[in-house]
Design a binder for this molecule. Structure first.
Ligand code: MN
Ligand code: MN
Length: 314
């Protein structure tokens, strides 16, 4: 593999043809030698409502064929600075959620051991738990920039401790997060109880509900978030349902009056300068995405994450 592999150009092979890797990058069997990788976790057996996020990685890769290498807004040229490839999907056991958690942890341990920063194509949000467990082993407790309609901090769902609505409760209990360096952006919708967002606040999280984001730029917020995150390691977990269903309908638990696409970009671009150790875009469920735009937006958000990763020297 060349030191700086480039996405296959739309002028060499039609965009709608050729390999179905993320951004038409080379595929790699391991993360060794890579500064960053795209990796899929096609798990959706942690979902509570509409299933289908198991098809998210494949749909995001398919729609990512439209992406070009240069970020015209920020000037980022990630493929000139970083060695990036698509390392494929984690071979989860779709019949066994508990086993899939262990399989996913092991896969991320291997990626992180290689010194590679992983950008994940989900999959439902359950996958944040095994990823954060691996992150803690490598980096210690991490800060978290979490975009979502939901806090995903329930104590249990249907009596189960591991599900897509519980990963951040487990993460706090297990010491995976630096709780003073956590922000949750876009929370809204109906709750199980009036206090649903109180538990995260009691842990020290900054909670920014969606209605505090309406009709304004999120750049000032992200200035404050950068101060909150400081110089320590930060993980970015982006549930596509943080965005409004008008721009991201292809998801399992949609909530109205969410963030705009531009606000989603502002959040990720606002992470520039942080020590981003990895990130994900989760909960893309292609069956409800008749235009493909939800998956295309997810692909763009993952590209934006790649654009704010620190260089290989850091
Ligand atoms: Mn979520
Ligand atoms: Mn959500």
């Amino acid at each position: 593999m060349p030191e700086h592999p480039q996405p296959l150009s739309g002028n060499e092979m039609p965009r709608f043809a050729g390999p179905a890797t993320m951004m038409r990058l080379p595929s790699a069997s391991t993360a060794r030698g890579l500064d960053a990788c795209f990796i899929g976790v096609p798990l959706d057996v942690g979902t509570s409502n509409r299933p289908g996020a198991r098809f998210g990685p494949r749909a995001i890769r398919a729609e990512s064929c439209l992406l070009r290498p240069y970020n015209m807004a920020t000037g980022a040229a990630p493929f000139e600075a970083l060695t990036v490839a698509d390392v494929g999907d984690v071979a989860i056991n779709t019949y066994n959620l508990a086993a899939s958690i262990g399989i996913t942890e092991a896969a991320y341990d291997a990626v992180l051991e290689a010194g590679c920063r992983a950008l994940t194509l989900g999959g439902d949000h359950t996958i944040a738990l095994p990823i954060l467990r691996a992150m803690r082993r490598r980096h210690g407790p991490v800060g978290l920039v979490h975009v979502d309609a939901h806090a995903d901090a329930n104590d249990d769902m249907f009596g189960e401790e591991i599900a897509h609505g519980t990963p951040f409760r487990r993460a706090v209990e297990e010491g995976l997060l630096d709780t003073a360096r956590v922000v949750q952006i876009g929370l809204r919708g109906t709750g199980y109880s009036a206090g649903d967002f109180d538990w995260p606040r009691a842990q020290g999280f900054r909670v920014v509900p969606a209605d505090a984001c309406w009709n304004r730029s999120l750049s000032p917020l992200m200035h404050e978030v950068r101060e909150q995150m400081g110089r320590g390691p930060v993980y970015v977990s982006f549930d596509i349902d943080g965005l409004d269903p008008s721009v991201a309908p292809g998801t399992g638990t949609p909530e109205f009056a969410g963030l705009t696409a531009a606000q989603g970009f502002e959040v990720i671009r606002g992470c520039q300068g942080l020590d981003i150790v990895g990130g994900d875009v989760v909960e893309v469920a292609p069956a409800y995405d008749t235009s493909g735009n939800t998956a295309l937006l997810a692909a763009n958000l993952l590209y934006e994450m790649l654009c704010v990763l620190p260089g290989p020297a850091s």
